[in-house]
Design a protein around this ligand. Structure first.
Ligand code: ADP
Length: 215
């Protein structure tokens, strides 16, 4: 398979880009979605989370209590490390399971923290695509789609890689700052989609057809 790593800060527009690419036929494996499913009520990671952090880490319906965890993880780096040690292997397994089952002209891994875990991803993907956005627009977008306060949003952004370090590892960049219209975003995504189709065809690593077809 020809593999793209798609990343960008919170609110940069990664999900929107991934949705467009999927509409045009790309396979998408979203590590954030995988993490959410694992930590939803009944999620595969929940028994281990309850054992590690106690019942307070769960909401009454048995999902990860995100507010509780966010507060503790920011206050104590050890808590964040313990949570990551528990989640990363299961997220990694599920990511690889979905990748192995993926079919289509190329595969997009959506990885919010790709740059933070570049050692794991650099050799896993053929190209890294960064959705670039100015911090003010990130805050405005996240504010309008979530109940988070500006300071909570800025705290999350401060814990993520800086804009410049993301751009430093990018093979392809999509500009999605405050002045970018949805049509302009779509046009940039389409240009890259066409380029990746051509590159994937050149490598001959497309996996089309039914599961089980030799790659
Ligand atoms: P991410 O997945 O990187 O966190 P999203 O794709 O969810 O970001 O985008 C954040 C929010 O901003 C969403 O509500 C999305 O619809 C909106 N958005 C993203 N890009 C644009 C754009 N160019 N114009 C208008 N709204 C946008």
């Amino acid at each position: 398979m020809f593999n793209i790593g798609l990343t960008g800060g919170i609110g940069s527009g990664k999900s929107r880009v991934a949705d467009l690419l999927a509409q045009w036929g790309a396979s998408v494996v979203d590590t954030d979605e995988i993490a959410r499913a694992l930590t939803a009520a009944g999620g595969a990671a929940m028994p281990a989370i309850e054992r590690e952090f106690g019942p307070g880490a769960l909401t009454p319906d048995g999902a990860l209590n995100r507010d509780w965890m966010r507060e503790r993880a920011f206050a104590d780096p050890q808590v964040r490390l313990r949570l990551e040690a528990l989640l990363h292997p299961v997220i990694g397994q599920e990511t690889e399971r979905q990748a192995a089952a993926a079919r289509g002209p190329y595969l997009v891994f959506v990885v919010p923290l790709l740059v933070e875990s570049i050692a794991r991803w650099r050799d896993r993907v053929d190209r890294i695509c960064v959705v670039d956005c100015d911090p003010e627009t990130q805050v405005a977008r996240v504010r309008s789609r979530s109940g988070l306060t500006d300071s909570a949003i800025r705290r999350i952004m401060a814990a993520q890689a800086a804009r410049a370090s993301r751009l430093a590892v990018a093979d392809d960049v999509i500009n999605n700052d405050g002045a970018t219209s949805p049509e302009q975003l779509r046009a940039q995504a389409k240009t890259l989609h066409d380029r990746w189709l051509a590159l994937a065809a050149k490598t001959g690593r497309q996996a089309q057809g039914l599961a089980g077809t030799p790659e």
